[in-house]
Design a protein around this ligand. Structure first.
Ligand code: GLN
Ligand code: ZN
Length: 764
């Protein structure tokens, strides 16, 4: 018999119950007991949904983040979060977000650093270490949850982040080597295993996803040491890997003294054969057969086609599961009322994915005939998607076929373009601009929600947006900025706004996925070939330009960012989907140019996060990602100035690719790092213009003129002054007008001051 299990379930709740419970608690509207009850209720509900699996994950629930939970489990809690007293939960929220419910503003501490969980859009709190870090197991949370799971009647399998992945995810604040902490960490895991065995736990899932990355020898070797030390214990260990192939780490993983290994068969199907060869005869192989990262139905026939032979060989040694935790997909498709029926029939969210898992298990255990009807229905859905005219558009195929190397290249070099652009735009040295959005006020949000609810008609809605645009233009003129923006009031989200206007996209109502803490995103669903039926931004930009003589910057989201922040199709390579998006954005760029817009910014906020987990694959990604940007941007005349924007500037490793985009101007985030992030430009002579951010828009603080001047001077040490722009780090939509105005006043004053410096030094 094949065994079924799950690696993790989304904890946020089908209606985002956890989000609202957390936010109420943080506002002081509810008690800790009420928050605990909500957690218990969600866990119970989620276990009941999974109850008929052979093993149900426990410990995957978290009030904020599973990595932070692990830090608390191992007693690695920063001293600063304990300083104002309170309960363990208060400490926890201080570590997560700088403040707990009972804390006053002045009692806040700095929150732990947050970063992306592998190549997902989930963010975890980075564990903090020093050479002196000591660990001390505190398993009470886990023990309580095991007891609760027992009461619910499920067969619980605790899920714990493994010791090496835990260390790898963290940072040593004092520059020491975190791997050196392993000997101090292992005894705590050993104690944990003892505690679990006393509770009668038979299997524990230990997640070591770093096994899908390129590890140096020291880390690779540490696996053998670590797991040899743990194997003395009485609990059976299922070592879980996901998100990729193990590659050179496969022999390492297969030789560890554990009782089971989980492979992500969506990414590493090719490694199953080798794993069967390498694993000892009594070791379980768990195969992740359902994609835990996308929202498409599984092709059950195709899966059974390769899984049945594996089952025949492994028999009882085969376990099946989703490829990774279902944390990365929405909870329940049946909540969706507005999704087109045909498209809905192609989809599966977390609950539906577990139904598929059970069907596969039944087909393996009792033969395909035992689930005949379900298989027929699944085949019909797969066929409908494969053949749908809404998915496949011959005109798009034809357009893709016309792409050649020339399409993404500008006619003139940057030097020649710069001369023409500067003649046309007449900008001063150190030109000032902003990144696009201005404050999204409550009036804007109200108008949008009323429009969506049908309480405000289209004409009135457009009027409201135009009034906002007029306000943004007025304010920017008064500030004396050089290149203006329309302010993006009409945009709910920089990807959703474009997705809604492109053919080939669908939108869920409740398809929320946790991004960090209580924050969720609802990625749009890219299901078919992409076309742009009509222009998407021209009307707003043209209106804004009509109000001023200063250049108005057109504002678009780039193809790579649209791709990386959507659920995309799995029936063609990501690169092809990206090229389709690039062609659609290119049309928009050309329409803007045609409408007289002389500066066009194409945001690629998510370019870097699409980098594959293995460096060996970076080159291939960067080739098509950069080419997609070039196709979108570079069809314009020499005089048209192309800007791009990125919300980071960790460019050291990809600076040549960034330069290859050939944007005339790039604006990046740098203010928080005191321009240290410009280090990349020390070693590489970036050829075009750069606007290093001088205003940290994530903070309510107003930067002083002197601070901005000192940042710009640092920038000028690395980049020639005539190629520098002055701008904030990112868009201003989350800030209030009374913060934005003084900050931008200081920014414009700083620019004037810098220009005087240029005059005085006689530089050009
Ligand atoms: N143009 C967008 C804005 O200003 C850019 C946002 C982003 O980079 N994340 O809001
Ligand atoms: Zn940004």
């Amino acid at each position: 018999m094949v065994t079924t299990h799950n690696l993790g379930f989304p904890r946020i709740g089908a209606k985002r119950e956890l989000k609202f419970a957390l936010e109420d608690y943080w506002k002081g509207l509810t008690t800790q007991a009420e928050l605990s009850d909500c957690g218990a209720e969600l866990r119970k509900r989620h276990w009941e949904i999974q109850a008929d699996l052979d093993y149900v994950p426990i410990g995957d629930f978290s009030f904020y983040d599973q990595v932070l939970d692990t830090s608390f489990l191992l007693g690695n809690v920063p001293e600063r979060v304990k300083s104002h007293g309170g309960t363990e939960l208060d400490h926890y929220f201080r570590a997560a977000r700088g403040r707990s419910a009972s804390d006053s503003v002045c009692a806040c501490v700095h929150a732990g650093e947050m970063t992306k969980w592998f190549d997902t859009n989930y963010h975890y709190i980075v564990p903090e270490f020093t050479a002196a870090t000591e660990f001390a197991l505190n398993a009470s949370r886990l023990v309580d949850q095991i007891a609760q799971a027992r009461r619910t009647g499920v067969h619980a399998k605790p899920v714990i982040i493994g010791p090496l992945t835990y260390l790898w995810l963290g940072k040593c604040k004092d520059g020491s080597d975190r791997l050196g902490l392993l000997p101090r960490l292992l005894p705590e895991y050993a104690k944990l295993f003892d505690a679990l065995s006393l509770l009668g736990v038979d299997w524990v899932q230990i997640d070591e996803p770093i096994l899908v990355t390129e590890l140096d020898t020291a880390w690779q070797r540490a696996f053998a040491t670590a797991y040899a030390a743990l194997n003395t214990r009485k609990v059976k260990v299922l070592l879980a890997t996901y998100f990729g192939q193990l590659g050179e780490n496969l022999p390492v993983a297969c030789s560890l003294p554990v009782q089971g290994l989980h492979l992500d068969a969506i990414n590493a199907k090719d490694e199953i054969e080798a794993a069967i060869q390498l694993l000892p005869d009594d070791t379980i192989l768990s195969v992740g057969v359902i994609n835990g990262r996308n929202i498409w139905k599984t092709d059950l026939h195709a899966t059974l086609g390769w899984l049945e032979p594996v089952h025949r060989r492994l028999a009882d040694r085969l376990w099946i599961a989703p490829s990774c935790s279902l944390l990365h997909v929405p909870v329940d498709l049946t909540s969706e009322r507005n999704l087109d029926r045909e498209i809905k029939s192609w989809l599966a969210f977390a609950i539906q994915k577990l139904v598929e898992l059970r069907l596969l298990a039944k087909a393996l255990n009792n033969g395909r005939v035992s689930v005949q009807e379900e298989l027929v229905a699944n085949a019909a859905a797969i066929q409908s998607r494969a053949k749908s005219a809404r998915v496949h558009n011959p005109e798009v195929t034809a357009a893709i076929a016309t792409i050649d190397a020339a399409l993404g290249r500008r006619a003139a070099t940057y030097e020649d373009r710069a001369i023409r652009q500067s003649a046309l735009l007449g900008l001063p040295p150190f030109p000032t601009t902003t990144i696009g959005s201005f404050p999204q006020t409550s009036e804007i949000r109200l108008a949008r929600s009323q429009f969506r609810a049908g309480q405000l008609d289209e004409a009135a809605y457009r009027q409201t947006m135009k009034a906002e645009i007029a306000r943004c233009v007025r304010e920017q003129e008064a500030l004396g900025l050089d290149v203006l923006v329309h302010g993006e009031p009409e945009r709910n989200d920089m990807v959703e706004y474009f997705g809604e206007q492109l053919e080939g996209y669908a939108f869920s109502q409740f398809g929320w996925v946790q991004s960090y803490g209580s924050r969720c995103v609802k990625p749009p669903i890219l299901f078919g070939d992409i076309t742009r039926p009509r222009s998407m931004t021209v009307e707003w930009t043209q209106y804004a330009q009509s109000l001023t003589n200063k250049p108005m910057k057109g504002m678009l989201t780039g193809p790579v960012t649209i791709l990386n922040w959507s659920f995309v199709r799995d029936d063609q390579p990501r690169s092809l989907t990206c090229y389709q998006l690039a062609l659609a954005i290119r049309q928009e760029v050309l329409d803007l140019e045609q409408a007289g817009v002389r500066v066009i910014q194409i945001d690629e906020a998510a370019l870097r996060e699409g980098l594959p987990l293995r460096r060996a694959q970076w080159g291939a990604y960067l080739r098509w990602a950069i080419e997609s940007f070039r196709i979108a941007a570079n069809g314009v005349r020499d005089e048209t100035q192309i800007h791009t924007h990125m919300c980071y500037s960790e460019f050291n490793d990809i600076i040549e690719s960034i330069a290859d985009m050939d944007a005339d101007v790039i604006t990046i985030e740098t203010s928080r790092s005191d321009m240290e992030l410009l280090d990349a430009f020390d070693h590489y002579n970036y050829p075009n213009e750069i606007g290093p951010g001088v205003y940290d828009i994530h903070s309510p603080n107003i930067p002083a003129q002197s601070q901005i001047v000192s940042l710009m001077r640092k920038a000028a040490q690395r980049i020639p002054a005539e190629r520098l722009w002055i701008n904030p780090d990112c868009g201003l939509k989350t800030r209030a007008w009374d913060e934005v105005i003084p900050a931008l006043q200081n920014m414009v004053a700083a620019a004037k001051y810098m220009r005087q410096g240029l005059d005085a030094s006689g530089a050009s």
